[in-house]
Design a protein around this ligand. Sequence first.
Ligand code: SER
Length: 273
Amino acid sequence: MIQKVNDLRRSFLEFFESKGHLALPSFPLVPQNDNSLLLINAGMAPLKPYFTGQEIPPRRRVCTCQKCIRTGDIDNVGKTARHLTFFEMLGNFSFGDYFKKEAIHWTWEYLTETLGLSPDRLYPSIYGEDEEAFAIWHDEIGIDADRITRFYRDPETGECDNFWEHGAGPCGPCSEVYYDRGEKYGCGKPTCGVGCDCDRYMEVWNDVFTQFDGDGKGNYTELEQKNIDTGMGLERLAVVMQEVDSVFDIDTMKAIRDAICRMANKTYEAGQN
Ligand code: SER
């Protein structure tokens, strides 16, 4: 079983190389020619000109493991099992090449076949009324309808939710995959389920169907080409694969944490209350 962070990173890139992707090294954390972001916050951010067609990519299928800092997450660090200041994001990208069908099939193949995760613990979500994504998950992958969560901002008006955009640029509806870590990580609320803020159902993968260009002010234009932007937090995936409590317990982080504890002569978690 592939468990260690460095092995997971390699296995993801090799999997997508076997599907015709060009593996590129991580781009710098400081955006180049993008005034809408202070720091790179997702694998797609340095690739924006390829999604819009402004620049020609080295190949129409690319995969990366991108260094990221998501400033909006910082207040959650140390409070949840899954948020970090700095993290790495695995991603496969299509610039006007394959779209929803291949992206969803490869998501499932990688998680269940390459990594061997149990399909019974995986729950996809979709943008409220994305019937195309629903049909792929349901009819082609074979997931029961009641295990596919439709996200709505307002269920009464039917206003859909689950849309990726950060600053201006390419954006679109998402379909995620959540992993059920079990009741012991749950908040115990009767409403606890996919999309709950607690650490039971951990979002591991996000497929974004990048088909719009946003101006950052709520105006969208349809892109000429349809794209795929997927993202999977490497450290979150390691939490699932290593069956540990939090991102601070995975092999790479634990080594750093233990060294800091030795230097500071402290025991991790002792006296935390
Ligand atoms: N841009 C999406 C995210 O960061 C998918 O890569 O979640």
